[in-house]
Ligand binder design. Structure first.
Ligand code: TRP
Length: 325
């Protein structure tokens, strides 16, 4: 066994966080991690986004679940353990659980502890037969599943909300490969994927007329000011969501309204008039494009449910026999 060094450098999480922010702001274009959206205010704003008239995603996904959860449940089969990547309000999960035949366990995995336990305790109360076992972890990193789910016939990963679209191609590939591992050999992945469509509809969805998405985006700066002592002027930036055709994604941007200098963690970052910070990407897929992405992670699309206008899709993926790489 390797000998441990006698002096272990102590990680300073705060400094490291600040360094990561500074590194992102030194890129071109400048980047900010979407994790900064989410404090208490950010989570409330996000819930409001999901109810906006222009934001068709949540409503459409819910309508697909309402119409087809029974069919999904039939294809998934009895006595499964459902492993959800993330934990939202639990609304879509309930639509699924209501239709599944004797599900044995529900394992939501989320880094946001409070939301995780709120959702989990609500479900445990309403589904007394179900073992609800929340795992507080970052699902983009390897995590352990509770041993008790071994009793299930199979494992089904549930990943709603088109959250996969918020990851880069290589991150998405890695996440899908983890889901493959969990679902293997006879389980499945049930995933919500937003579909490519008229860019005007996409841009409207992320540039709502009430300005809620703008507040949500700007909240990242407020959060940074508070947490790492940055001095962003919230009036110095304007939200804009832009469709980037070449990358097939909506880019959430904060556009600097003038030449300005921001200080954080001892660093000074010059931002030019019109220059933007990229805060989040929302990739949109064609059905073919997503099937190819899934195939790269050894997942085969077994069924696709969509709304009549093909705005959004919920897809059932089955794991292929893993190939050695
Ligand atoms: N995954 C959803 C989407 O891409 C929800 C979401 C994530 C979102 N980050 C966002 C919505 C930022 C608006 C702004 O739409």
């Amino acid at each position: 066994m390797a000998k441990r060094p006698s002096v272990i450098p102590v990680a300073q999480p705060c400094d490291q966080l600040t360094r990561e922010v500074v590194d992102g702001l030194r890129k071109s274009p400048k980047e900010l991690s979407p994790v900064w959206f989410y404090d208490e205010l950010g989570s409330d704003l996000f819930d409001r986004i999901c109810e906006l008239p222009e934001y068709y995603l949540t409503r459409t996904e819910l309508s697909i679940m309402q119409a087809h959860a029974a069919d999904m449940a039939r294809q998934i089969g009895p006595q499964v353990a459902v492993i959800e990547f993330g934990s939202s309000t639990g609304l879509k999960t309930r639509l699924l659980l209501d239709q599944l035949e004797s599900p044995v366990a529900y394992v939501p995995v989320d880094i946001a502890r409070e939301q995780l336990f709120d959702t989990a305790s609500g479900l445990a109360r309403d589904y007394p037969e179900l073992r609800v076992m929340p795992v507080c972890a970052d699902f983009t990193q390897p995590f352990d599943l509770p041993k008790q789910i071994a009793a299930a016939q199979q494992r089904v990963v549930y990943f709603p909300g088109s959250t996969l679209g918020n990851f880069t191609q290589s991150q998405a590939h890695r996440l899908l490969s983890r889901m493959h591992q969990i679902a293997w050999p006879n389980g499945a992945v049930l995933i919500g994927i937003d579909l490519k469509k008229d860019p005007r509809m996409l841009e409207l969805a992320y540039n709502d007329s009430a300005g809620v998405t703008a507040q949500f985006n700007l909240n990242a700066l407020r959060h940074l000011n508070r947490e790492v002592g940055a001095n962003f002027d919230l009036h110095g930036f304007k939200h804009q969501a832009v469709w980037a055709e070449n990358a097939s994604r909506i880019e959430m941007r904060l556009i600097s309204q003038r030449d300005q200098v921001v200080s954080l963690g001892g660093a000074r970052i010059a931002i030019k008039d019109g220059e933007y910070l990229l805060t989040e990407c929302c990739h949109k897929y064609t059905l073919d494009g997503f099937a190819k992405l899934a195939a790269e992670s050894q997942l085969t699309v077994a069924h696709v449910w969509t709304d009549t206008e093909q705005k959004f899709s919920v897809q059932l993926l089955r794991p292929n026999v893993p190939t050695r790489s």
